[in-house]
Design a protein around this ligand. Structure first.
Ligand code: M6R
Length: 364
C-alpha cells in the first residue's frame, strides 16, 4: 500500500534515502570505505570502451555515469538511447563492455540492444532494479540496485539507486585502471555513504519546493538548465514535469542557451536551474543573468554559497545540503523530482497513472 502517502510517487520519493542506502549496502564496505562490487567476468583494465544504453530516466542516469567513467577512470564512453543505438550499428571494439540500465529489466528497446551487442561480442553488464527479468537473464553480470518495488509510472528512487551503482562502478573501474589512489577512493566512497542522511535532509526543504511549484504550475512552458554532470539532472527534471503535470518543459546544457532557446524566454517561461556552487557555477550564473535580463523568472536549486551569489537574480531558491561535488547529481535529482510532484498536485493530475504512459515499455 501507500503507507499513508497520497500517491505511490510521494511514498517512493520519500524512499530515496533507503533506496540509496540499501543499494550501497551490497557494494561498499563502510569500515574500509572501499567499493566491493562483485567480481567482473572480464578484466576492467582491458576494456577499451563502455557503451551505455537505456531509455528515459535510466538514460539520464547513464549520462551521469558517462561523466564519472570518463573523468575518474579515463575510459572512453559511447552512449545513446536504446531506440537509436539499436539501429545505428556503431562499430564495437574488441573486448568492449556494454552497460544496460533499466529499472524494470523488460524495456523492449534496451533488450534489443543487449542482444545485438552480445552478437557483436561485447560483455554485457546491466544495472537493474528487477534482477529476475529478461535483461537480467541475458546479461553476463547483473548489478542490482535494491530500490525496492517502484509502482509509480514516474521513476523516482530507482533513478538515485541507478546513480549509486554507476558511481561505485566508476570507482571500481578507476581502481582497476590505476587512475585513482586509495585515499581518493575512500573520500568518494565516504561521500556516497553520507548520502542517505543528506537525502533525508532534502525533505526539510519541501516548503521551498512548493513555493517554486507555485510559479511552475502557472506556466505553459518551462526551461531547465544544468551544466556538466548536472545537465542530465535538468533533463530528468524536464521529463518528470512533462510526464505528470503535462506542462511542456525542455532541458538544455546552460551553455546552449544563447544558441537558440534564449529567444523563448519572457516572464511566462520560468527557468529552473540545477546550479550547485561546486560545478561551473560562474558560467551558469552568467547564463541566468542573461535569462533574467530577458524577463525570465529564475528558480534555482543550489547550496548556501550559491544562494549568496544568486541574490537579486533568482526569484526562488531551494538551498540544498552541502555535499562533495561527486555526489551532487544524486542528491539534486531528489528535489527536481519533488518539484514535478508538487506541480502535479497543484494541477490535479493523476500522478501515479499519467495519461498515455505505461510503467514498463515492452513493445518497440
Ligand atoms: O524500466 P526502464 O528503466 O527500462 O524504463 C525506462 C523508461 O521507460 C523510464 O525511465 C521512463 O522514462 C519513466 N517513466 C521516467 O519517469
Amino acid at each position: 500500500g501507500k503507507d499513508g502517502y497520497r500517491h505511490y510517487m510521494e511514498k517512493e520519493l520519500h524512499e530515496h534515502p533507503v533506496a540509496i542506502g540499501q543499494t550501497l549496502k551490497r557494494i561498499t564496505d563502510p569500515a574500509s570505505k572501499r567499493i566491493t562490487l562483485p567480481p567482473m567476468p572480464f578484466d576492467l583494465a582491458q576494456v577499451p570502451r563502455v557503451t551505455i544504453t537505456a531509455c528515459g530516466s535510466a538514460y539520464y542516469a547513464g549520462m551521469v555515469g558517462r561523466y564519472w567513467l570518463e573523468s575518474l577512470a579515463r575510459i572512453p564512453v559511447e552512449i545513446d538511447v536504446a531506440s537509436e543505438m539499436r539501429y545505428r550499428e556503431p562499430p564495437q571494439p574488441d573486448k568492449g563492455m556494454a552497460l544496460l540500465i533499466s529499472q524494470s529489466g523488460e524495456t523492449a528497446d534496451t533488450l534489443g540492444v543487449l542482444r545485438s551487442l552480445k552478437k557483436a561480442g561485447q560483455s554485457i553488464v546491466s544495472v537493474l532494479n528487477v534482477e529476475h527479468s529478461t535483461i537480467g537473464r541475458e546479461s553476463d553480470l547483473v548489478l542490482g540496485m535494491d530500490a525496492g518495488p517502484e509502482i509509480s509510472v514516474a521513476s523516482t528512487k530507482a533513478f538515485t539507486a541507478q546513480l549509486s551503482v554507476l558511481a561505485a562502478l566508476a570507482i571500481e573501474f578507476a581502481r582497476a585502471r590505476g587512475t585513482m589512489d586509495q585515499a581518493h577512493e575512500e573520500r568518494l566512497t565516504a561521500s556516497l555513504l553520507d548520502l542517505p542522511s543528506r537525502a533525508a535532509e532534502v525533505f526539510t526543504r519541501t516548503k521551498d519546493i512548493q513555493a517554486m511549484a507555485g510559479v511552475v504550475a502557472q506556466a505553459r512552458d518551462v526551461l531547465y538548465l544544468g551544466r556538466g554532470i548536472c545537465t542530465p539532472i535538468a533533463f530528468e527534471g524536464a521529463l518528470k514535469l512533462k510526464e505528470i503535470s503535462y506542462i511542456h518543459a525542455e532541458a538544455y546544457a546552460a551553455g546552449e542557451l544563447k544558441h537558440g532557446p534564449i529567444s523563448l524566454i519572457d516572464q511566462t517561461v520560468p527557468v529552473v536551474a540545477i546550479a550547485p556552487s561546486t560545478i561551473l557555477f560562474d558560467k551558469t550564473l552568467s547564463n541566468l543573468q542573461e535569462a533574467k535580463a530577458r524577463g525570465g523568472r529564475i528558480l534555482v536549486f543550489t547550496d548556501t554559497a550559491g544562494a549568496k551569489r544568486l541574490e537579486g537574480v533568482a526569484e526562488q531558491i531551494v538551498i540544498m545540503p552541502d555535499v562533495d561535488a561527486f555526489v551532487v547529481p544524486i542528491l539534486y535529482a531528489i528535489p527536481v523530482q519533488m518539484l514535478a510532484y508538487e506541480v502535479a498536485l497543484l494541477k490535479g493530475t493523476d500522478v501515479d497513472q499519467p495519461r498515455n504512459l505505461a510503467k514498463s515499455v515492452t513493445v518497440e
